[in-house]
Design a binder for this molecule. Structure first.
Ligand code: A3D
Length: 313
């Protein structure tokens, strides 16, 4: 007898709500929308609103708000947004002191109730938070990923599509490295239906797009006063869907590196295949010397935050 998948969304804030809407609308499974005790009614209210939304849109997913970890028992997928987002002027790394105890709390509870879940972390600073989640749970590296590369690549796709005057559907991009302003958009692998972008867009325009991509999150924080949430949620749901439907999609994701690209014991964004077993393959692409240098700089930034996390373990 087939059963519906259980998707736990940890954090019922801006991204959490949008995640619930997308997961339900795509009928990926039933949703448990979790938040802390003081926000339990908020989570319950949001869940009820979204469940009623199904009567109009025609989905049957159950959506429940809770602050009780036991309701996450046996969850198939967890998407974690617990924590605080950036305010204007803050870097993602500025969030580490606040979000570290939160990710530890989430990880120790998840370890108890759903240790086998496929986990997608979104909380910032992303690479350090997903590192700490894996460390606390002791989960296999195939089952824990961070969402950043899909979003960063999507931002770059939009900027390139607008500049070239083509549909976003025809633009593919690859952004590697840590989810910070040192991220590495790899222009050699950015194409418009197979045509390298360098043949269509002038170099100075491409340089400006690379810079705008790197600062893409901050641009939105500056405008809204808080982090983006629609595109981050859609990006994480693409990753969850790849796992739940065994789609074997090649998506840039923050994964645990154990020698790949020359890095060890670090989470960083690289192209991976996500399917029913989780991270099924880490794809190693050739990089130019410049790109390798940029990746090393990005890795150094990520490592410095991971070192802060490790010191306080
Ligand atoms: P927000 O709307 O504030 O929601 C976060 C929720 O987490 C709040 O409802 C909190 O009550 C809840 N929370 C706090 N502590 C806990 C806990 N211990 N257990 C469960 N829930 C808890 O923020 P948001 O949804 O806009 O952003 C969430 C996180 O995602 C932030 O850290 C952002 O910086 C991050 N973010 C990452 C990206 C990436 O691309 C990686 C993009 C955008 C935002």
């Amino acid at each position: 007898m087939p059963t519906r998948k259980k998707i736990g969304l940890i954090g019922a804030g801006n991204i959490g709500g949008e995640l619930a809407r997308l997961v339900a609308n795509k009928e990926l499974g039933d949703v448990v929308l979790f938040d802390i005790a003081s926000k339990e009614n908020f989570a319950k209210g949001k869940a009820l609103d979204l469940e009623q939304n199904g009567s109009v849109l025609g989905y049957d997913a159950s959506i429940r708000g809770t602050s009780n970890w036991d309701d996450l028992q046996g969850a198939d997928v967890l998407i974690i947004t617990a924590g605080v987002p950036r305010k204007p002027g803050q870097s993602r790394d500025d969030l580490v002191a606040t979000n570290l105890p939160i990710i530890r709390d989430v990880a120790s509870n998840a370890k108890r109730v759903c240790p086998d879940a496929f986990v997608i972390v979104i909380s910032n600073p992303l690479d350090a938070m997903v590192y700490e989640y894996k460390r606390v749970v002791g989960a296999p590296k195939e089952k824990v990923v961070g969402m950043a590369g899909v979003l960063d690549s999507a931002r770059m796709q939009l900027f390139l599509a607008r500049e070239a005057g083509v549909s976003v559907k025809d633009v593919r991009t690859t952004v590697l490295g840590g989810h910070g302003d040192d991220m590495v958009p790899v222009l050699g692998y950015c194409t418009i239906n197979g045509i390298p972008v360098g043949q269509v867009i002038a170099k100075e325009k491409l340089d400006a797009i690379v810079e705008r991509t790197r600062k893409g999150g901050g641009e939105i924080v500056g405008l809204m006063g808080t982090s983006a949430y629609y595109a981050p949620a859609t990006s994480a749901v693409a990753m969850a869907e790849a796992y739940l439907l065994d789609q074997k999609r090649l998506l840039p994701s923050a994964v645990y590196l154990d020698g790949e690209y020359g890095y060890k014991d670090i989470f960083m964004g690289v192209p991976v295949v996500i399917g029913g077993k989780g991270v099924e393959k880490i794809v190693q692409i050739d990089l130019t010397d410049d790109e390798k240098t940029m990746l090393a700089k990005s890795a150094k930034s990520v490592q410095s935050v991971i070192d802060v996390v490790k010191k306080s373990a």
